[in-house]
Design a binder for this molecule. Structure first.
Ligand code: NDP
Length: 367
């Protein structure tokens, strides 16, 4: 996609996302309330699936119609009762492939640990179901390609859960950038930081695939790629693991990296699993700047900066789980109208190629 196509898409996204939910229901036949909602099977009933299911409950275009869990009698029964799902539509990882025979399931939502995304996307596609897969898409670019191929062969849609693409305040920021009021883009500074407790699956190579970069660094990386519409070509990276208690025996604690894009735009980013810190993106132009902070949270986003010589200060109005409602509605609309999602599998693959390049630049071993 070149810059012009990107600008066109962004303008459409801005126009779309600035419509209130009710208006979007009327405009898009995908959200036509007279149509049956698109049915989703949530796979892996953890933190993110819980939020996604609540997001669907707020939508008339998306409905949770099945569950896939290792705990059918406890978690499965609890969510089935919450969302009116029959017992026959609760599956385990072993019985998963039987979703093929359930006409109430149009799509799957993959909310599993990273290393399981590829397997369940491929199996879901082979069962004839569309796939909405959480980020990171997988744990290698080879897996991403396999997922894209499987969905293409099965003629099902594949979307990656980059909820920031659908967040109205982010689309407002993109609208400002496209207006030229901060001038030519020069550079970005971004970061996302948090703590992971010892023993978490995210700290294992086999389930996480990598550390903070894979899980948190992907946010500024994806946002910068999304905004510039370019792919980074040059990287430097430095990794550090200061906590030697064993918590970070398998994956990195902290990563800082820089990237350069073909246009000459440069970016400097950081992430950590062992630090408290903001989720932030600074966007610097030659005539003004934007700061989104918090940038990647589920709600409460704030956009400040200097635009056309004037200060701005705006906040997102929605409350969690609105980002997931918009995301689910977008995918439902794509399924109903045979359109490509705004964040397809190729978007996940491009992030993974950049992640691999950053790890290479950091050198091995990374832990
Ligand atoms: P959780 O640990 O909270 O949930 C993962 C679920 O996967 C578990 O509850 C479990 O469900 C199932 N599971 C199956 N096998 C395993 C296993 N071996 N170890 C652990 N869990 C297993 O993770 P999250 O919900 O935080 O993350 C899931 C995915 O979502 C990740 O890829 C993550 O990157 C992504 N994510 C995306 C976010 C976003 O904003 N877009 C935010 C947070 C996470 P059950 O017991 O039902 O089998």
């Amino acid at each position: 996609m070149d810059r012009r196509e990107f600008a066109k898409l962004s303008a459409l996204a801005v126009a779309w996302s600035s419509l209130p939910l009710a208006a979007r229901d009327i405009v898009a036949s995908g959200n036509d309330v007279s149509q049956k909602p698109v049915g989703y099977a949530a796979i892996g009933l953890g933190t993110i699936s819980d939020i996604f299911m609540r997001g669907c409950a707020n939508s008339k275009a998306a409905k949770i119609t099945a569950l896939v869990t290792g705990h059918p009698d406890t978690k499965g029964a609890k969510y089935a009762a919450m969302y009116g799902i029959p017992k026959t539509s609760i599956y385990t990882y072993e019985t998963f492939d039987r979703i093929r025979d359930n006409p109430e399931i149009d799509a799957i939502y993959v909310g599993l640990p990273n290393s399981m995304h590829c397997e369940y996307t491929v199996r879901g596609a082979m069962a004839g179901k569309h796939v909405l897969c959480e980020k990171p898409m997988a744990i290698s670019s080879a897996e991403c390609r396999k997922m894209i191929d499987a969905c293409r062969q099965a003629k099902v849609k594949l979307m990656i859960g980059y909820r920031v693409h659908y967040e109205p305040l982010w689309n407002r920021a993109i609208q400002i950038l496209k207006s030229g009021k901060i001038g030519e883009l020069e550079s970005f500074h971004g970061g996302f930081f948090g703590q992971q407790p010892a023993g978490a699956w995210r700290l294992t190579k086999s389930l996480g695939g990598g550390g903070a970069l894979m899980d948190l660094g992907i946010y500024p990386l994806n946002a910068i790629r999304h905004i510039t519409g370019e792919e980074p070509t040059d990287f430097t990276a430095i990794v550090s693991t200061r906590d030697r208690s064993g918590r970070f025996a398998e994956v990195e604690q902290s990563m800082e990296w820089t990237m350069k894009f073909p246009s000459g735009i440069i970016a400097s980013c950081g992430c950590s699993y062992g630090a408290r810190g903001p989720s932030v993106l600074n966007i610097n132009g030659d005539k003004g700047y934007l700061v989104m902070e918090p940038a990647f949270n589920y709600d409460g986003l704030r956009l400040r900066g200097e635009v056309g010589g004037q200060p701005i200060d705006e906040s997102s109005a929605g409350k969690q789980p609105y980002q997931f409602t918009i995301e689910a509605e977008h995918f439902s609309e794509c399924i109903r109208n045979h359109r490509e999602p705004e964040s397809p599998g190729e978007e996940g693959l491009k992030d993974m190629l950049a992640i691999e390049a950053i790890y290479r630049a950091a050198g091995a071993p990374i832990a």
